[in-house]
Design a protein around this ligand. Structure first.
Ligand code: ZN
Length: 340
């Protein structure tokens, strides 16, 4: 996929449409610009190239997602699972890979429901290993259990070709996790997915981080920009003495207004790079995924309602964004010979 297409996808997924709600606005293009300047090329292109190079048929890929915590987000939110599943769907169809979803136990039911809506059966390991169009769900431990040991064991057990973090919170330099509005949480509330990033890094396994705020794993590539741009970037409200930005880096960082959309852009990139347009899920699957995710307990992360919405945007908007991504893909594959 060339940089022209990556640029178009990057720009489409960075259209911010948050409503005034106390959640910081007018920041996505600034976070994107920082990440883009650091990376030097379109972020969708870089993430696509990483996966197409690293992932071979039969390879396992770990996909970590799941934002929020009880009581307001008891089973997570709708931003994250759909993007994670879009990537898994593309990896399965176009690259013959084996996607494994990881999250706090409380978030796994909506993730599994979303995967099943995309045609990926969620199975136990023996069947998962034997059959295509399947996925596996693994709960991530939280403190005080041995979450660091688990991370190392997961890398050892699955030998993943890549590890991808979608809307997955990472700790700041004080070891605390934060919401975008500056509230802090410790490792008994949020899974330490950063341990998985560290374990992958030690094993030389490539990583991708996707986020829309600066507190998600991957943004460690642009910590100073997050500190500068975000309202609580230098000083949170939990008193830990740090800001909301994470220090956890990945090899590639993708920034989007809504993290799911970066997953869709990456699926589009995979579809183009492999000449498998069906690797980008269709509009029917998009609609079914959102309904299934919400039905299984996920809520809109902005208004907290268990409904077909994502970060304050409607189901129709998800379809509209997907429609445009499909158009970018189809036009990229069908150059037109103009007669005039
Ligand atoms: Zn704090």
């Amino acid at each position: 996929m060339d940089d022209v297409i990556g640029e178009a996808l990057d720009r489409l997924i960075c259209v911010e449409m948050r409503y005034a709600s106390g959640v910081p606005r007018g920041i996505i293009h600034r976070l994107y610009d920082a990440a883009r300047a650091e990376a030097g090329r379109p972020l969708t292109t870089l993430a696509t190239e990483l996966l197409v190079k690293a992932v071979k048929p039969g390879d396992r890929v770990l996909i970590v997602t799941g934002a929020g915590a009880p009581p307001f987000l008891p089973y997570g939110e709708t931003d994250g699972p759909l993007g994670a599943v879009a990537i898994a769907h593309a990896l399965d169809l176009a690259l013959g890979a084996k996607p494994i979803f990881l999250s706090e136990e409380r978030n796994l039911a909506p993730i599994a429901a979303t995967a099943e809506a995309a045609g990926l059966s969620v199975l136990a390991e023996d069947m998962f290993a034997a059959r295509a169009a399947s996925a596996m769900c693994v709960p991530l431990l939280m403190a005080p259990e041995d979450w660091e040991g688990q991370a190392a064991a997961l890398v050892e057990q699955h030998r993943p070709a890549a590890v991808i973090f979608v809307e997955k919170g990472g700790p700041n330099d004080k070891g605390r996790f934060h919401t975008i509005t500056g509230n802090g949480r410790d490792r008994t509330v949020m899974a330490s997915a950063d341990a998985l990033a560290d374990a992958a890094g030690r094993a030389g396994i490539p990583t991708i981080g996707i986020g829309d705020g600066g507190n998600e794993i991957g943004f460690g590539r642009v910590t100073e920009a997050v500190a500068e741009i975000q309202e609580f970037g230098r000083k949170c409200r939990c008193g830990c003495g740090g800001g909301i930005g994470t220090i956890v880096r990945t090899d590639v960082l993708m920034v989007a207004a809504i993290s799911n959309w970066a997953g869709y852009a990456l699926a589009a990139g995979i579809a183009l790079a492999t000449d498998r347009p069906d690797a980008l899920h269709d509009l029917g699957i998009e609609s079914d995924m959102l309904a299934a995710c919400a039905r299984a307990g996920a809520v809109d992360g902005l208004n907290g309602r268990q409904m077909r919405g994502v970060d304050g945007t409607t189901a129709e908007t998800q379809i509209a964004v997907m429609t445009m991504i499909h158009n970018i893909v189809s036009n990229a594959r069908r150059p037109l010979r103009r007669e005039f």
